[in-house]
Design a protein around this ligand. Sequence first.
Ligand code: SF4
Length: 606
Amino acid sequence: MKGYGGRILFVDLTRGTSRIDSLAEDTARALLGGNGLAVRLLFDHVPALVDAYDSANAVVFAVGPITDTTVPGNSRACVASKSPLTGLFFDSTFGGRWPATMKRTGFDAIVITGQAPAPVYLKVGEAGVEVKPADSLWGHTTRDTVHAIQAVEGGEVDVMAIGPAGERLVRFACLATYWKNREGVAGRGGIGAVLGAKRVKAVVVTGGRKTELADSALLKALLEEKREPLKTGTKALSVYGTSFLVKPINTLGALGSYNLRQETFADAQAISGEEMHAHYHDKDTTCLKCPVACGKQYEIRDGELLGLKAKMPEYETIFAFGSMLGNAHAGSLARANDLCDLLGMDTISMGVTLSFVAEALERGWLDPREIGVPFGWGDWRGMLRLVEMTATREGFGDRLAEGAWRLAESVHPEATRTVYAVKRLELPAHSARALKGMSIGYATATRGGSHHDTRPTPQYAQGYDRRGTDGKPEFAVRSQHFTAVDDSLVLCRFTSERGFGLFVEEPYARMVRAVTGWDMSVEELELVGERVINLERLFNVREGVRRRDDVLPWRVMHEPIPDGPSAGMHCPPDELAGMLDRYYDLRGWDTDGVPTAERLQSLGLR
Ligand code: SF4
C-alpha cells in the first residue's frame, strides 16, 4: 500500500506483551489514518462505559498517508483516547518532528492498553516495542524528560512525554515533544492523564522507513500550484503566529473576557500579537520541513519576568490567561504558557477554569481562604501560583485539577451556569455567541468545546453572515467532515486551510490520489469525513450521549453579549433546537441524535 506502513502495533502493559497486525487496505481507504483509524481502534478495543483511567482504556497514536511526505505541514500525528474530562471519544493532533519519525517506524498506529506495574517509557522502532523503566524520570517536566531520554537513546529519537500533571491525573493533562525549540503539544482532553494512569511517562519513536508515493509527479504539480496561495494565506502566521488574531477578533466584539461576561477586552492591544512581537520576539520556530514557521520564541525583556525565554502563547492561550482573566500582563501569558507546557497541562482548560474561580470568588461562592493564595481578576502572580498548584494537586490545586465543570458542581448549585464549557470541555477563543456557525458547531462537536470540530476560520471572512442561523447546520456538517478528513490525512490545519481549502475539495482528493494511487473522488473523500464523524458519534452514543447533551453553556443561551459590535448576540434554547433538528436531519440521525441504521449502512458501518 503506497502512503502507509501497513502495520498496527498493539502494546498491552498489564501482560507485558505486544503484537503487530496488518492494516487492511479497505480500512485505510475508508478511514485514511490518524483520527479515522484511531476512532475505529478505540471503538473496537475499548469496552463501553469503562472509566478513562481503567486499564482497559486505550491510547492510540496514529499517523496518516500524508505524514512524512513533501506536503507542507505533514509532520502531524493524532493521539486519541477516552477522555477523563469529557468521558467521551477525544483526539488531539500535534506537530514537531515526532510524527514524521513515527511514520518511519512503519507503524500507522500504536495502540496502548493495560497498566504498567511501575513507571515506564515505550521505545517504538521498526521491529516493535521495548518497554523501559522510567522511575528516575517520574516527576520531571516534559522538556527534561525529552532531553533525558534523548541523552540515553540518541538525538535522532523523538520523545512525546507527560509532565507531573499527567502523573497526578489532572483531568486536562497534555503531552509534549520538543525539537529544535519547536514544541508539539497534544493539548486538549486530558490524554496525558490517561497515559499517567497507565504509568507511561513517554512514547519514544525511531525509524528509517520511507513513505512511498504512488505518483510523486502529481503531488509535485499540486504543491507547485499551491505554493503562492499558501505563502500569501499564511503571511500573518509566519510573522506573528496565531496571536495576530487578538485584535481583529476583539474588534468584532467576539473576544471572551472576564469569564465571558464581556466579549471585548479594553486592554487587547497590550496582549496582541503585534505588541508582543515588537517587545519580545526572539526567533521563529517550525515543525519539520514546514515553510510557515508559525512558532515564535519570546524573550521577556522587562519587569519581574525579565530574562524568561519561552514559546509565544497562542491566541487561545492569550484568551484563556489574558482576556478571560482580565489580565493584560503580556509576560505572564508567556510564563503561564511555559508552565503549562513543562508541567503538562492544557492552557485553555487551565485558564478558563481559573476565570470561573475569579467569578466564583466575586459572587461569594468561594472563600479566598479556600484558594490559599491571593487571586482575582488581573492577578497574574496568583494565576501563576495556581497553575503550579494544579499540576501537583497542592491545596486548592487539587480541585482545579478536576476542570471547571466538576469544580463548579462542588461550589454552588447554580455555579455550572457560569462555566464556559460544552460536554465538560472548556471552550476556546472563538465565540459561541458571536459566530452562529460555532453555536451549532460546539453543540454538536464530538469533543464538546473544541474549535477543531467545526472551524471558525471561514466565519471570520468578509461577507460571511455570522449573525443568522440560515445555512449554519449545513456549514457545521461540511466543516466537521473537513476537520475529520484533515486530521485523518494527517495535515496541519494552518497549511491545509490556508493552502488547500476550507472544506473537502479537489486539492485534497488529488493529494490522496497522488500519495495512495486510489482513484479517490471528492465525493468519496467527503464520505470518509462523514464516516469518521458517525463512528465518533457511535462511540459517544454508547457512552450515553443524546440530544440533551448537545447543548451550549447556559450563559451562551441566556445572556446576550452586553456591549460592543456583537451586542445582543446569543443562542437561545429555541434557536439551538431549530438548528439541531436540521443538523440531525442532514446527518440522518434520529431526533434524539442517534445515527439511524440506514445511514450507518450507507457508510459501511453496519
Ligand atoms: S504551520 Fe505552524 S503548526 Fe503547522 S506545520 Fe507549520 S510550523 Fe507547524
